[in-house]
Design a protein around this ligand. Sequence first.
Ligand code: PBG
Ligand code: ZN
Length: 324
Amino acid sequence: MSSQFPEARPRRLRRNASLRSLFQETEFSLNDLVLPIFVEEEIDDFVPINSMPGVMRIPESKLAGEIERYARAGIKSVMTFGVSHHLDSSGSDTWNENGLVSRMSRIAKDAVPEMIVMSDTCFCEYTDHGHCGVLHHHEVDNDQTLINLGKQAVAAARAGADVIAPSAAMDGQVQAIRRALDEAGFSQTAIMAYSTKFASALYGPFREAGGSALKGDRKSYQMNPMNRREAVRESLLDEQEGADALMVKPAGAYLDIIRDIREASRLPLSAYQVSGEYAMIKFAAQAGAIDEDRVVRESLGAIKRAGADLIFTYFAMDLALAGI
Ligand code: PBG
Ligand code: ZN
């Protein structure tokens, strides 16, 4: 009964567009996309990010209007990144009730209550040295940073953030944040863990976007891109610590990892198509080498096919405006 050529002719199901769409296995919609945004305090105008054509830093004073515009286009969720003018050695502005982290969530939720606001929870955009935590003898002090992550998470939750998304890559960060949230009465605030985060060169453009002060690298806390077993271990540890959802970051060069984690966990899994992935597509399209719209759709479809439920992508608004 083994059917082979000439009985088997897979081309039968590809003969026209209707057949092809009927038999298409993977799809994405606006329900699956999260738009990361950069919000700068104390500026009046949008600031273009040269390494990410089409992406701008949003002045805080225009954030509410932008959130309304995204909602009208069909965007369901944003992830907030602050560009701070209040840097210090620990990033203490992040847990100030009137600091930028809190204000971004408050403004976004006030503008559009249905918009799901995820608060990127880290310190690198608020520290004068640019690292994702507190320094002690030139090293990022894991456990002191955990205390501060708890404080930042509670401040963001109090300001209305629906989801806390810790990206500092500290050991134990999900457990520390879960405990801090629960103790402060925010047992319903979810944690989207950046559970498998690689020390990737693809974050390059983000450093311009976020105005990062970092000299050096983050290899003592983010993962070695060459490690597959450890990638699964990291996500499973976050699951044990109480994460509500997991993430692989970057996305496109790590489809094997997305598949591994999909098979190892039952939690919702997201993937972050990062700034460098965005820039590679944009600049190649600008040079006329590829068709931007088709490559965007292929790249996001591939990330879903690998096993991601949700995708963080700077292309989300383009797709929303295109009607998906
Ligand atoms: C910082 C952070 C980074 C990104 C998200 N959160 C940069 C880094 O870890 O160096 C990268 C996002 C992107 O490149 O699009 N914790
Ligand atoms: Zn960071």
